[in-house]
Design a protein around this ligand. Structure first.
Ligand code: ADP
Length: 295
């Protein structure tokens, strides 16, 4: 009887201990599971927070950069608008208050007309750069002799900037190259590139314009090379962005809005082409290459 009681006691003890062990085990597993779940959740939330912070920082840096560029843009556009207006005003005041000789008067008119052209040019650039791909009309599809067009562009820059014939050198291609496109748009793009080549070559500019067939004669490359201030390697792509002007040059850099190359890029791309810049760095000149499909 005592043995039975003892057996029951030990049985109960055994069962109780087993239940306790199982409960402890399950409890331990449950507790740890909670910790593991908490750990995993913690890691996920931590990763999410870190990703969010990184994205936020990138966004803020971009926003700050964009704001800086907008400020620089507003400053340069204001400058580009103010200078010719101030000049026209000065000439008009002189004409109003003084008796100016006819020859001088004609000279004044010429200067005022040039200033008005400069104003129109800036306004035109701002309007063109404001157009998005959707709201721009499709470019005309005219067959054009590229050499003739390039010579016209060179002549325009020569007249606008009153350059000697030796400054712009155009190399005639061996045979005519024809492209399909919008004459006015392509002219805007090439005049911009040639004008930049002269504008960013302060001492004795020498600009060469030549054409080269590429991609098994299916494309033509127009190379516009100057001996000017050059472009640092990091900026070779950025110069095509809207408002972008190479920084740290404010003292030496001539006036501008940072829109020209952005307009050039969008025109060239609308014609199925590509544009890129090459330069060995500051002071080593630059070459702009426009690639267009040949008819
Ligand atoms: P803008 O001339 O009005 O500043 P662009 O879009 O035409 O605007 O050019 C953007 C920037 O690229 C210029 O501010 C200049 O720093 C640089 N750049 C363009 N063309 C040349 C060039 N031929 N040589 C050196 N730098 C150039």
């Amino acid at each position: 009887m005592r043995r039975r009681k003892t057996a029951i006691f030990f049985l109960i003890l055994g069962i109780s201990l087993s239940v306790l062990a199982v409960a402890l085990n399950i409890g331990w597993i449950l507790l740890n599971l909670r910790q593991v779940v908490l750990l995993v959740l913690g890691i996920i939330f931590f990763a999410l927070i870190i990703t969010g912070l990184i994205l936020n920082t990138i966004f803020l840096i971009r926003e700050i950069r964009r704001n800086e560029q907008h400020d620089a843009f507003i400053n340069s556009v204001t400058h580009e608008l103010k200078t010719p207006i101030a000049s026209i005003k000065l000439y008009l005041e002189t004409l109003k208050t003084r008796d100016v000789e006819p020859e001088k008067r004609r000279e004044f008119y010429e200067v005022m007309l040039a200033d008005a052209d400069r104003l129109l040019g800036t306004v035109d650039q701002v309007l063109k750069a404001g157009g998005t791909k959707e709201n721009l009309p499709k470019p005309a599809k005219e067959e054009l002799d590229l050499a003739v067009l390039l010579k016209e562009c060179a002549a325009t820059v020569r007249t606008q900037r009153k350059l000697d014939a030796a400054v712009l050198r155009f190399t005639e291609p061996a045979e005519p190259v024809r492209v399909v496109g919008d004459r006015a748009e392509l002219k805007t793009a090439f005049v911009n590139l040639i004008d930049n080549a002269v504008k960013y070559s302060p001492d004795d500019p020498k600009v060469s314009i030549r054409m080269k067939k590429a991609a098994l004669n299916r494309r033509v490359e127009v190379l516009i090379k100057d001996n000017g201030i050059g472009i640092p390697p990091a900026d070779l792509k950025r110069v095509f962005k809207r408002f972008y002007r190479v920084p740290g040059r404010s003292a030496t850099q001539p006036g501008g809005t940072g829109l020209g190359l952005f307009i050039v890029k969008s025109i060239v791309e609308r014609h199925g082409g590509r544009v890129s810049a090459n330069s060995r760095g500051e002071g080593s000149g630059s070459t702009f290459i426009v690639q267009l499909p040949i008819v």
